[in-house]
Ligand binder design. Structure first.
Ligand code: SF4
Ligand code: SF4
Length: 208
């Protein structure tokens, strides 16, 4: 059934005094002098929250690996642990969890001492939906999503994140943001700038 919606006709007083026009103009004027809630991108850039799902990285071995999971997976797959290099244990769980697994190219190599390490880890960002399933699947907190979001490139080749690039993003992230508390906003000043403080005031919880 089609519901017909008719405009409410203006009264003769509204027609003579331009009431609707004045109402509309008052909204415009009110907002013209209120606090700006947008930023002047790209001249003004906000740092995304820590949980932002941007470009990927590989966290490197630095002594902060999740234990005992890391040691167990290293033992199971006989991985050569190298400080400063990717934590990847070549388990392929990220690729298995991905709805577009062909975007991954992962290979391991055998070392003379019989142990293994990741040798190829390519991620084609042109196919990625940034769903984060791969990150959730990683058992050793190696693969993660960083705050890098300016990802335009001039060639398709540059959209493929290689192991070297992933490790570089990981090192940069661990230096800059790893120790930050896991919260949505970096600080309240930034949040208040975007959302008015009063808009966010939650009703007080009455103590029993
Ligand atoms: S974010 Fe989603 S689509 Fe992208 S690589 Fe991870 S699992 Fe695949
Ligand atoms: S799930 Fe993590 S450890 Fe396993 S292959 Fe992917 S990045 Fe490497």
């Amino acid at each position: 059934m089609i519901k017909k919606v008719f405009e409410k006709p203006l009264s003769w007083l509204e027609r003579i005094l331009f009431i609707d026009f004045i109402r509309g103009l008052s909204v415009t004027i009110r907002h013209a002098f209120s606090k700006t809630i947008t930023t002047h991108y790209p001249y003004e850039k906000l740092t995304p929250p820590k949980r932002f799902r941007g470009f990927f990285g590989h966290k490197v071995v630095d002594g902060t690996e999740p234990q005992p999971a890391f040691d167990e997976w290293v033992e199971r797959f006989k991985i050569e642990v190298e400080p400063g290099r990717s934590r990847c244990v070549v388990c392929l769980l990220c690729k298995r969890a991905c709805p577009v697994p062909q975007l991954f190219e992962i290979e391991g190599e055998k070392l003379p001492n019989g142990k293994r390490r990741v040798s190829v880890f390519n991620m084609n960002m042109l196919l990625c939906t940034f769903c984060g399933f791969c990150v959730d699947a990683c058992p050793v907190d190696c693969l993660f999503q960083s705050d890098i979001h300016e990802t335009a490139s001039y060639s398709r080749k540059d959209s493929v994140l290689t192991l070297e690039v992933l490790e570089r993003i990981g090192r940069d992230w661990q230096r800059r943001r790893e120790k930050e508390p896991d919260r949505i906003w970096i600080d309240d000043a930034q949040r208040m700038r975007l959302w008015y403080e009063n808009d966010l005031k939650l009703p007080e919880v009455k103590k029993q």
